[in-house]
Each structure stands twice: as C-alpha cells, then as structure tokens.
Design a protein around this ligand. Structure first.
Ligand SMILES: CC(C)(COP(=O)(O)OP(=O)(O)OC[C@H]1O[C@@H](n2cnc3c(N)ncnc32)[C@H](O)[C@@H]1OP(=O)(O)O)[C@@H](O)C(=O)NCCC(=O)NCCS
Length: 150
C-alpha cells in the first residue's frame, strides 16, 4: 500500500515530535510550539501515513486577513525519503493555499539543505532573499523562497 495524506490532529503529536527531532536536531521546535501549531485556527497541517504509521508531516500558515501564506515546515522519515511523499505533501499545501485565497506563498530553508531546496525549485519556488546567521546556534543563513500562485 502506498502512502496517503490526511489532516494532522493532536493525536499525531508524539509521532510528529519524534520525526521533528530526528529531522531538525538543534533547529527542532519544542512540543508546546508544535502543539500550538497543530491547534491554531490559521494553520493547516497534514500527515502522510501508511497503515497506522506516520511517515511525514507538513504545515501551512494563512491568516484570514493576509493575501500571502507560509510553508511552516515539512519532514519525511529518512527511510521513506525520495519516494514522492515530500512532493505530495507540498502539492497539497500549495493547493490549500490557493483555496484559502493566497496569491503568494513563502518559505525559509537552510542554505546548507540541498534536498528541500531542490524540491521547492521543482515546484516553482524562486529564491528572493538571504538572511545571514538565521539558524542558531549553527549560524547558517536562510534562503527565502516565494511561489506566485496566480
Ligand atoms: C525535504 C524532504 C521533506 C523531501 O521529502 P521526500 O519525500 O524525500 O521528497 P520527494 O521524494 O517527494 O522528492 C521531491 C524532490 O525533492 C528533491 N530531492 C529530494 N531529496 C533529494 C536529495 N537527497 N537530493 C537532491 N534533491 C532531492 C528532488 O527534486 C525530488 O524530485 P525527484 O524525485 O523528481 O528528483 C526530506 O528530504 C526531509 O524530510 N528532509 C529533512 C527535513 C527538512 O530539511 N525539511 C525542510 C525544511 S525547510
């Protein structure tokens, strides 16, 4: 059976936090921050799953008053990467951003992470800015990317 997507719920928090720590190390969000993200009314989080196992997650933020939206995060379990799950999650978030009326979609990515940058470029995102020393304590720059949705 291949993976499927569904909206994330608070019941997914343990699995998401496990994957968050494995994927982001020093940059991981704390459990309370992640819980607040999952429960916020202006966010939309998805999980990818197969049988009962969570394989990945991704989140979008879109304030009702804003014409832009932000990709908050995305991660896939390392053993399940390069199988199209990340692209599937991103395509569903892009579609949701359009449905919510966003005309621009933004994200930030570590400059030293080539896999997500390649994914975002293949979906049409363009680099528009660079923020020096954005990720601490590693002192890595952030690349700001933008996708026009119209
Ligand atoms: C980024 C991430 C979510 C991609 O998930 P994935 O399921 O492996 O992605 P996909 O299999 O859908 O790959 C989609 C595209 O991404 C790019 N890509 C993925 N892994 C790559 C790698 N190791 N090297 C280069 N490009 C890569 C390719 O363009 C690929 O398209 P292709 O298969 O047609 O060549 C995953 O690598 C991950 O969880 N990384 C750690 C967390 C992270 O860095 N998140 C991003 C935060 S900004």
């Amino acid at each position: 059976m291949s993976h499927q997507l569904r909206p994330a719920t608070e019941a997914d928090l343990n699995s998401i936090m496990e994957l968050e720590k494995a994927s982001f190390g020093n940059d991981s969000w704390s459990r309370p921050v992640m819980k607040a993200e999952l429960l916020a009314t202006h966010t939309y989080y998805l999980v990818a799953y197969e049988d009962e196992k969570i394989l990945g997650y991704a989140g979008l933020s879109k304030l009702a008053s804003a014409s832009s939206a932000d990709i908050q995060t995305i991660a896939v379990i390392d053993l399940y990467r390069k199988k199209g799950i990340g692209r599937d999650l991103m395509e569903r978030l892009i579609s949701q951003a359009r449905t919510l009326g966003a005309t621009l979609l933004f994200l930030e990515v570590r400059e030293d992470k080539t896999a997500p940058q390649a994914l975002y470029k293949s979906l049409g995102f363009e680099s528009i800015d660079r923020r020096e020393n954005y990720y601490q304590p590693d002192g890595i720059a952030a690349i700001v990317m933008r996708l026009e949705l119209q």
